[in-house]
Ligand binder design. Structure first.
Ligand code: GLU
Length: 260
């Protein structure tokens, strides 16, 4: 996966330098954003309560609120932010193609990802868990041996499931609602994913259960294109995260979305 992404990045650089329109991929720096007067952020729309469409059709969620706080910190106005929907599998591509300045999309910091992305401080920690149908005989990851499990493409659970359970049939989906639908339709025995995202389904549906065990630590952070020029931007983002953590505002936002 990582090799594929690196190849893609190299191709992107080659294409951009070949067409002579290098400045189409915006620089990572703070000044570019300040001059533009707008922050462009990749967020989820399939990961309630971090990024989703609310009843009025507006993008909402904890990640979305954090993006607004960053816009306020950098541009003095929390409305100066444009949201671009991203999925787990396409988020890095949208970042590297220059479509967005940053990703705030339930994205965990991992050593592999750190090789190709710059990350802010972490603003939340999730953990991988299993979502099963009520009455299922699956009680832990190892019960998935010889069974089928669902993952979302591009998520950390895609990789961890393959290494944790040798004999599991894996079904991949592009979005979390599609994964949930597949579980409900009996296409597999469990979804492996972040507890907070899976909890969104178990809260709305008594026929599915989020199992209590956690299998990983998933520190969520803001992701940027890797490069020296992202330093000032990361500093500005970290200042917002640190201030809003200390003053209890981030905690308050989490609680307003039912996140613990
Ligand atoms: N936090 C995990 C990840 O970054 C899973 C959530 C997601 O698919 O975004 O891959």
């Amino acid at each position: 996966m990582i090799k594929r992404i690196i190849t893609l990045l190299i191709l992107t650089v080659i294409i951009c330098s070949g067409c002579g329109k290098k400045d189409e991929v915006p620089a990572n720096d703070l000044n570019t954003i300040i001059t533009r007067g707008e922050l462009i952020v990749g967020v989820k729309t399939d990961a309630y309560p971090f990024g989703f469409y609310d009843k009025k059709g507006h993008i909402s969620g904890y990640d979305v609120s954090l993006a607004r706080l960053i816009a306020r910190g950098i541009l003095g106005n929390d409305k100066k932010v444009r949201f671009v929907p991203v999925t787990s599998s396409e988020r890095m591509m949208k970042l590297y193609s220059g479509e967005v300045d940053m990703i705030i999309a339930t994205m965990s910091v991992t050593p592999k990802r750190q090789e190709i992305l710059d990350f802010s401080n972490s603003y939340y920690t999730a953990g991988q868990a299993l979502l099963v149908k009520k009455g299922s005989d699956i009680t832990s990851l190892k019960d998935l041996n010889g069974k089928r499990a669902i993952i979302v493409f591009g998520s950390t659970s895609e990789k961890s499931l393959r290494s944790a359970v040798s004999n599991v049939g894996i079904r991949g989906y592009k979005t979390y609602p599609a994964a949930y639908k597949a579980l409900k339709e009996g296409k597999a025995d469990a979804i492996v994913g972040d507890d907070t995202i899976l909890m969104g389904f178990s809260l709305q549906d008594n026929d599915v259960v989020l199992l209590p065990k956690r299998y990983s630590r998933e520190p969520y952070a803001v992701a940027l294109r890797k490069g020296r020029e992202s330093r000032d931007l990361i500093k500005a983002i970290n200042t917002v995260i640190n201030v809003e953590t200390r003053n209890g505002h981030l905690k308050q936002i989490q609680e307003s979305f039912g996140i613990k």
